[in-house]
Design a protein around this ligand. Sequence first.
Ligand SMILES: NC(=O)c1ccc[n+]([C@@H]2O[C@H](COP(=O)([O-])OP(=O)(O)OC[C@H]3O[C@@H](n4cnc5c(N)ncnc54)[C@H](OP(=O)(O)O)[C@@H]3O)[C@@H](O)[C@H]2O)c1
Length: 328
Amino acid sequence: MKQHRFGKLPFVVGDVGFGAWQIGGSWGDVSEADGRAALNAALDAGMTFIDTADVYGDGRSEKIIADVLKARGGTRPMVATKAGRRLNPHTADGYNKANLEAFIDRSLKNLATDSLDLVQLHCPPVEALYRPELFAALDDIQKSGKIKSYGVSVEKVEEALKAIEFPGVVSIQIIYNLFRQRPADLFFKEAKRKNVAILARVPLASGLLTGKIKRDTKFASDDHRNFNRHGEAFDVGETFAGVPLETGLQAVEELKKLVPAGAGLAGFALRWILMNDAVTVVIPGARNAQQAKANAAASDLAPLSAETMAAAREIYDRLIAPLVHQRW
Ligand SMILES: NC(=O)c1ccc[n+]([C@@H]2O[C@H](COP(=O)([O-])OP(=O)(O)OC[C@H]3O[C@@H](n4cnc5c(N)ncnc54)[C@H](OP(=O)(O)O)[C@@H]3O)[C@@H](O)[C@H]2O)c1
């Protein structure tokens, strides 16, 4: 597994990390045993970065992570969590010091630690990013020792550009994949210039970029690929990266022709992301050990050729960009 420095922080992480939303909830039935097995397989395969959130299964994901890490002992991987989505209503006003401290205290308990490696604001309303007092509050919490660092998870490129104006922001988490190429246009250059770490999320477009989803694939009622198809519960861009399924399936058929021998479409999709050296860590979600192990292996795939990169871009420009490029 290739290693990357985590922006300004003294952490070094493997470039494929573990997305822990699946072991919390919103992805149909993922048993606790499968969740533990997925995380153990990820760590056995050399992953050293975990992305979770306090709302994933209302703390279930954080608690499974704490249990697995305790049972394994040894060097702890870097664990990033998120705060803010427990707010109801989810407003910029809610992003204040008292609420954040309460969320952080709860995550400290769930993750069974006395200091969180990284807390990310969890896609806050854009207005929150225009409140320097919010970032001053995070600086205070950091000084107290409860968090080692903080970052922001965002929906849109412009939110990312705004967030990194605050010098305390060490990382940005954003959707970047074969179906979401706009972050690389401007934001990545800015992030690199400021030495801000980039976490590429939804790298497989919620599974679409594995090639296994078909027009008639059925998802459980508690899987967001069923209940958030049209953005009913949260930003529609979090489900299939916001790409209409029919168009996504058409693009997948074309992308399959670009996959090098010995790789699958999922590995290809992850390797494509890692071709951009601004990306610190890609965080595919995994619901079982097999997926976690396969995803870790993407780090060691050979670089993609310039022809393959150009062909992937052509498919994006022709089929996907008209529907997504200017939306996020
Ligand atoms: N707002 C935010 O900050 C935010 C939002 C979304 C995600 N995230 C983070 O980003 C992580 C990744 O995003 P995501 O989980 O939404 O989407 P993703 O990584 O694009 O897709 C995950 C899905 O892809 C399939 N998959 C994964 N590895 C596979 C493999 N090797 N072979 C076959 N299928 C595979 C699985 O589908 P099946 O379940 O159908 O098997 C899995 O549930 C999350 O876990 C979470 O940590 C953060």
